[in-house]
Design a protein around this ligand. Structure first.
Ligand code: SKM
Length: 275
């Protein structure tokens, strides 16, 4: 009997996972390109992570996206870790190779930059950046900003110690500020980024002294529910050029889809309605 080819499976693991827009996005691409495959959301509790990574390749998975709270832990469980995932200290894209090895990469920083290039093409890395938040997403963004050559990243976090930690991991381009001095951070900045969860539906808004913001500066939010956060609304009122966070999710997904399903998907406006 001839064996039928296996339909490739991919998915996203997290805990919780029901909020994820990745299944809608990858499902849309699979249909758009007529590819036989499935992309499945999986709620994996932390204590089951190691076992899940062993089982998924055996069940026909060719790779997965990884989201909170597993992004750091998967590094220790992977066989091959890219330099950028190691620098960031987290992975969001795993490839289950045919030789049985688990390959871990991080595409969040590239997703951030691609979103910025798409929606703020005039932005240039020639002025300081003000960054709020010091979590996993901030690490990916910092690595990408340093790579494109920004002169200075001013960072503030509610827990200052976490920002100090980033300073020691990423070096002298990072200047740690106290949140109460946010006004100083905004003065002369060409780009302002919210990488905290403030502004997400159900959470308090990010409040900044935006009167200090230069007209024409770019303001971007990693939060994408809602698309226009209060921070972006206020920044726009102050004359900033705003970029919402949905594009980062769309762009970070493309490399994984290409590796798993063999087609580089297009990131275009139609996706914004599809997810
Ligand atoms: O890095 C991404 C991840 O690949 C998928 C995701 C999601 O599905 O919500 C969010 C981010 O962590």
């Amino acid at each position: 009997m001839t064996e039928l080819p296996r339909i490739p499976l991919a998915g996203v693991i997290g805990h919780p996972i029901a909020h994820s827009r990745s299944p809608a996005l990858h499902g849309h691409w699979l249909r758009r390109y007529g590819i036989k495959g499935h992309y499945i959301p999986m709620d994996i509790a932390p204590q089951d992570l190691a076992e899940a990574l062993k089982m998924l390749p055996r069940l026909g998975f060719v790779g997965i996206n990884v989201t909170i709270p597993h992004k750091e832990k998967v590094l220790a469980l992977a066989d091959v870790v890219t330099d950028r995932a190691a620098l960031i200290g987290a992975a969001n894209t795993l490839i289950f190779r045919k030789d049985g090895k688990v390959h871990a990469d991080n595409t969040d920083g590239a997703g951030f930059m691609a979103n910025l290039r798409q929606y703020a093409p005039h932005w240039a890395p020639n002025a300081p950046v003000a960054l709020f938040g010091a979590g996993g997403a901030a690490r990916a963004v910092i690595a990408a900003l340093i790579e494109v050559g920004v002169p200075e990243i001013r960072i503030a976090n509610r827990t200052r110690l976490r920002a100090e930690q980033l300073r020691s991991d990423f070096g002298a381009k990072l200047v740690v500020h106290d949140w109460v001095h946010a006004g100083e951070m905004l003065r002369g900045a060409g780009l302002v980024i919210n990488s905290t969860s403030l502004g997400m539906t159900g959470k308090p808004d990010l409040r900044l002294p935006l009167e200090e913001l230069e007209r024409g500066a770019v303001a971007t939010d990693l939060v994408y529910t809602p698309l226009m956060t209060q921070f972006l609304i206020e920044a726009q009122e102050r004359g900033a050029h705003v970029v919402d966070g949905l594009g980062m999710l769309l762009h970070q997904a493309a490399p994984g889809f290409e590796r798993w399903f063999g087609k580089r998907p297009e990131v275009d406006e139609a996706l914004r309605d599809a997810v």
